[in-house]
Design a protein around this ligand. Structure first.
Ligand SMILES: [Fe+2]
Ligand SMILES: [Fe+2]
Length: 207
């Protein structure tokens, strides 16, 4: 049975600020001008892009899957501001998944099969945990890689649609990394406070 607090504790200001940003800065794959003339026409470059974007698409999908699973976990922990924020994180990753799925259509390519890219699929399938802190430290690697790839593809400016997608994703990912930092920092503070409390208790008992 779920236990709800009648009035949720929304006092974590930093997490609440990110939540507000998360809802205010939403955008849609339909905002992209998908009919902009395609700058990359060659077969070879489109093959290469298909390879490069395979781990990106699988990464977006696996983060969507794991973020969605953590929303009820945070509810059980009564971490409501974090739960609020994760609802926007899930929307962000759903949008990224849609964007790259549609982009494969634009370059007329398909992602590499699992047989051709086993390490990538295995890596993504491992970034799953029901413990928010454990998951956040694991996902830090793929979120940071997403930032690097998005910056590089935007700066290369191979195709106007891809550049626009990457520019939008850079903004979304910076919020994800910001939340990662804030949540882990808060967890460390809580751990430290618990340890200090135990030490005080021990000193009282022995003194
Ligand atoms: Fe993403
Ligand atoms: Fe992300």
């Amino acid at each position: 049975m779920n236990i709800y607090k009648v009035l949720p504790d929304l006092s974590n200001e930093r997490q609440m600020r990110l939540w507000q940003q998360g809802i205010r800065k939403q955008w849609s794959a339909d905002d992209i001008d998908w009919n902009a003339p395609r700058r990359i026409g060659g077969e070879k470059i489109r093959d290469q892009l298909g390879r490069i974007l395979t781990p990106v698409l699988t990464g977006e999908q696996s983060v969507l899957y794991s973020v969605s699973g953590l929303i009820p976990v945070l509810e059980h922990l009564s971490k409501v501001p974090a739960q609020f924020y994760l609802t926007t994180w899930a929307v962000d990753e759903a949008r990224h998944t849609e964007l790259f799925a549609r982009y494969f259509g634009r370059i007329d390519r398909e992602p590499l099969s699992i047989r051709k890219f086993p390490a990538g699929f295995l890596f993504q399938s491992r970034i799953i945990s029901k413990d928010p802190s454990e998951w956040l430290t694991g996902v830090l690697a793929s979120e940071s890689m997403a930032q690097v790839v998005s910056h590089q593809l935007r700066d290369l400016d191979l195709d106007p649609v891809l550049s626009e997608i990457c520019a939008g994703i850079i903004e979304d990912e910076s919020r994800h990394l910001g939340f990662n930092h804030i949540y882990i920092e808060d967890q460390f503070k809580e751990l430290y406070a618990e340890d200090a409390e135990k030490a005080d208790q021990k000193a009282l008992e022995s003194g």
